[in-house]
Design a protein around this ligand. Structure first.
Ligand SMILES: [Zn+2]
Length: 389
């Protein structure tokens, strides 16, 4: 997939736009740049319309983000796609009440846009009569700036109605999931919302075929894929809550001592090392720090001189989910794992590969690759133990 372009930051949240958005502008040029009624003005108004919709969707997503921040969640970024926006919120809350409020905050902003446009529409109606509110069928061919307002309000009203559909991945689907969660549990409530989403998608495909609205069919397919993806995310998430880091840590015989010379830590190549004293974790020697430390000359310097003393330490029984959240927040790739306060092994970001492999795509199927990942994990730890010696 193409990388999204970063447009800027709003209150620490990266706003990205997906490159496929460029296709919309190409479409505007093809639709209104050429042929009957085409020209510079329709193209300009068309582009302006796309930008205004873009801003509307951004405001909608910022509504979700602001509410998420209220509930103490971290917002990673917002990506705007031609079909709408996606705000990535870390730990979408499992608590139904906050999930409902976060889900409704977006549509509330869209409603606010519609309400804010109403006085302007009224103004249009007073000046040009009520029929001015029904633009010519030529769409942008004979469009006036006032018509643009009408389109903007109508599109936002449509977005509002659409987002409130009780189907995943629309906001209404999240509200449905949150409402079903107390009775069914989060995972089964998600499955139910996914199936409702698939049902809506199927109905839209039938309607699209019947009325020959092919855009509707494409949109429905997108909706169904997104619903499936959401269901998978929740399955992975609940598995990560169930599994402990102890199951995925690389066993390590002791780590490196803070009194060792820095050169000793270089054995086996530069990598993130856990520094231990009498079995207790006292710091981390990050690969970058180690390389920096070497730049200034190693003579007489010990591991303790350059190590990071403020490290987050996970317990064997901590869930992978919690540990992954902390790793994301601290932007760290490795975490020492202890048992009863004593160092046992290291959990690194690349362990997630093994973890994802272990999580079967179908909850009712036993994944035989699980055995492979265990074999690989054992081989890895033996190798790292040999390097350590
Ligand atoms: Zn939304």
């Amino acid at each position: 997939m193409f990388r999204s372009l970063c447009l800027g930051r709003i209150r620490g949240i990266d706003v990205n736009v997906h490159p496929s958005f460029g296709l919309v502008f190409v479409w505007v040029f093809i639709e209104w740049g050429f042929g009957n009624g085409g020209g510079l003005t329709p193209v300009f108004l068309g582009c302006l319309f796309v930008v205004l919709i873009f801003v509307s969707v951004l405001i909608h997503e910022l509504g979700h983000c602001a509410m998420a921040v209220q509930f103490g969640n971290r917002v990673l970024d917002i990506t705007l796609w031609p079909f709408g926006g996606v705000a990535r919120i870390e730990q979408m809350p499992s608590e139904p009440k906050s999930e409902i409020l976060i889900s409704l905050a977006g549509p509330a902003m869209t409603l606010a846009i519609v309400v804010a446009l109403l006085p302007l529409l009224l103004f249009v109606a007073v000046i040009g009569g009520w029929e001015a509110l029904v633009p010519d069928s030529g769409f942008f061919d004979r469009i006036t700036p006032l018509d643009l307002l009408v389109y903007l309000a109508a599109t936002n009203a449509f977005l509002l109605a659409f987002n409130l559909l009780p189907a995943f991945p629309m906001d209404g689907g999240r509200v449905l999931r949150a409402a079903l969660s107390p009775a069914l549990g989060r995972q089964r409530a998600t499955t139910a919302a996914v199936w409702v989403g698939m049902g809506f998608g199927a109905a839209m495909i039938v309607a699209g075929l019947w009325f020959r609205l092919y855009t509707l069919i494409i949109f429905a397919l997108f909706l169904m894929l997104a619903a499936q993806a959401e269901g998978r995310t929740v399955r992975v998430e609940s598995a990560m809550r169930r599994l402990t880091v102890g199951q995925f840590a690389l066993w390590d015989m002791g780590g490196v001592s803070p009194h060792q010379p820095l050169t000793f830590a270089l054995r086996g190549g530069p990598r993130d090392l856990v520094v231990t004293d009498n079995g207790k974790v006292v710091g981390m020697l990050w690969r970058a720090q180690l390389l920096n430390g070497l730049n200034g000359g190693v003579a007489g310097r010990t591991v303790g001189d350059v190590m990071d003393r403020h490290v987050y330490v996970a317990d064997m029984s901590d869930s992978v989910y919690d540990v992954q959240r902390v790793m994301n927040r601290l932007d760290r790739w490795a975490v020492p794992v202890t048992e009863d306060g004593l160092y046992r092994g290291i959990f690194t970001a690349d362990r997630f590969v093994h973890l994802y492999r272990q999580i079967a795509p179908n909850p009712f199927r036993v994944d035989l690759r699980e055995l492979d990942s265990w074999r690989a994990a054992i081989a890895d730890s033996v190798r790292s133990w040999q390097r350590q010696r």
